[in-house]
Design a protein around this ligand. Structure first.
Ligand code: NDP
Ligand code: 2IT
Length: 450
């Protein structure tokens, strides 16, 4: 369609070398074609032109001193993409690969994800090309403090509320919150994912993984199936992967893999959650150490799959939960999943499937929960944290968990019903993109040309 081609060409000229951003934009535009045709208001109000351009992009220097006394410099970002539905909301990613294109793809996804939750939150994302691997606690703290020394002037509980993402967990949020408080002398709900000791919400840590499994459960139930007894592939071994594995066990399924950038653990008896938490949450160890405690497991180094895929997806199983990073599941991986009898792919990560993989998954009629729907439990629980902070309340674990379940059920129904309205009931990519787009686009029209 010409408007897709024209938009991508325009973005390639105005924002060069941002491949992941173009990929995310293309996926949304491909879905919303029928809506643009049915309602010419979106064209007349130049919604596509406006929504693909962030409202504000902040890029800044982050200088800090390492343990050897050397001055290090990283590049920091906060991309405030859309405030149509509420304060900018979205995580911060600290990873060596971070660049403007990656933050923009994540911020763009976040607009529609947040719209889909039905909650009053806009879309944003930030981070830095800082590599936390091998850094001491003191280095992490000094980096976080320097990052916040610039970021604090751009954020606030009613303007922009960052949270965690890859490389940013409770510890980093704590160091950033401490510095924000020192610079402003305010105890604001300015970050989410805070510790339970001082303003965090129950279930936020677990929310993305739990939410993704709830979403998978709703998809299966809709087809008259369930999680009970299902063998599951999970990639990653960070926050999302760990709590996906935990919830899969709670709901009667058996996760047999996890991975990190060094390789994949395959444990046919089921991944030992206690060992995984100890390795990753307590000791920041490499995954291969899992074998020392579980000789029945095997480790497949990442180097065995140099460019066209990932060992996790080559194991036969019922369900797949990509929970590491973007483009980690390729077309060849998707073909292997289909050949292995996989029935469902639920994306805990953001954009983990390449476009080729998505096409294979949809063509084979697998249940497919796209990230902006399936992983929305994290940001939804962040919004519940904001609500608790603003009202000075503190809800119980069960209270937040039942709200999370209800939000994931609403997201599933919105995506499924919208997909059916547009004649493709099985296609939740179409349903999620259209439902998210319509909410934000209609609100943009009501708010005028801004
Ligand atoms: P963590 O930092 O806790 O864990 C990330 C995991 O993914 C690690 O196991 C890491 O391995 C692996 N990983 C990261 N980058 C790569 C890479 N380039 N190649 C191979 N493995 C990689 O992050 P989260 O669990 O929080 O985030 C995982 C995904 O979920 C991301 O896509 C994130 O955007 C998304 N997400 C997170 C939410 C949240 O609330 N945290 C909410 C919604 C989505 P290693 O340690 O070796 O790098
Ligand atoms: O991708 C995501 O939705 C997140 N990293 C969580 C964002 C948030 O504000 O909790």
């Amino acid at each position: 369609m010409t408007y897709i081609h024209d938009t991508i060409t325009r973005l390639q000229h105005s924002s060069p070398a941002q491949a992941e951003f173009y990929q995310a934009v293309e996926e949304v535009l491909e879905s919303i074609g029928p809506v643009l045709e049915a309602d010419d208001r979106y064209r007349r109000h130049s919604i596509i032109e406006r929504i693909t351009e962030p409202e504000r992009q902040i890029m800044f220097r982050v200088p800090w001193v390492d343990d050897a006394g050397n001055v290090q410099v990283n590049k920091g970002y906060r991309i405030e993409f859309s405030s149509t539905l509420g304060p900018y909301k979205g995580g911060l990613r600290f990873h060596r690969n971070v660049n403007a294109g990656i933050i923009k793809f994540l911020g763009f996804e976040q607009i529609f994800k947040n719209a889909l939750t039905g909650l009053p939150i806009g879309g944003g994302k930030g981070g830095a090309n800082f590599d936390p691997k091998g850094k001491s606690n003191g280095e992490i703290m000094r980096f976080c403090q320097s990052f916040m020394t610039e970021l604090y002037r751009h954020i606030g509980p009613n303007t922009d509320v960052p949270a965690g993402d890859i490389g940013v967990g409770t510890r980093e949020i704590g160091y950033m919150f401490g510095q924000y408080k020192r610079l402003t002398a305010r105890y604001d709900g300015v970050l989410t994912g805070k510790s339970l000791l001082w303003g965090g919400s129950a279930v936020r840590k677990e929310a993305t993984g739990y939410g993704c499994v709830y979403f998978a459960q709703y998809m299966l139930e809709d087809r008259g199936d369930s999680l009970t007894g299902k063998t599951c592939l999970v990639s990653g071994s960070g926050n999302v992967a760990i709590y996906t594995i935990e919830k899969l066990y709670q709901l009667g399924a058996c996760p047999v893999t996890c991975s990190d950038s060094s390789g994949t653990i395959y444990h046919p008896d089921g991944i030992d959650l206690e060992t995984l938490k100890d390795l990753k949450e307590v000791r920041s160890a490499r995954l291969e150490e899992y074998l020392e405690r579980h000789p029945g497991a095997s480790f497949i180094p990442a180097s065995d799959y140099p460019c066209d895929g990932h060992a996790v997806w080559r194991i036969a199983a019922d369900l797949a939960f990509p929970s590491a990073t973007q483009n980690e599941l390729t077309e060849a991986d998707a073909q292997a999943l289909v050949a292995g009898g996989c029935k469902l792919v639920a994306e805990g990560a953001n954009m983990p499937c390449t476009q080729g993989a998505v096409d294979v998954i949809l063509d084979a009629r697998l249940c497919y929960g796209p990230g902006k729907a399936a992983n929305a439990g994290g940001v939804s629980t962040s919004q519940l944290e904001m609500a608790q902070n603003a009202s000075m309340q503190c809800w119980s674990f069960d209270e937040v968990d039942s709200k999370l379940k209800a939000i994931m059920a609403n997201i599933f129904r919105a995506a499924r019903d919208t997909a059916a309205e547009f004649g493709e009931p099985h296609n939740l990519v179409l349903g999620a993109n259209i439902a998210g787009f319509r909410r934000v686009a209609d609100a943009m029209i009501e708010q005028g040309v801004v």
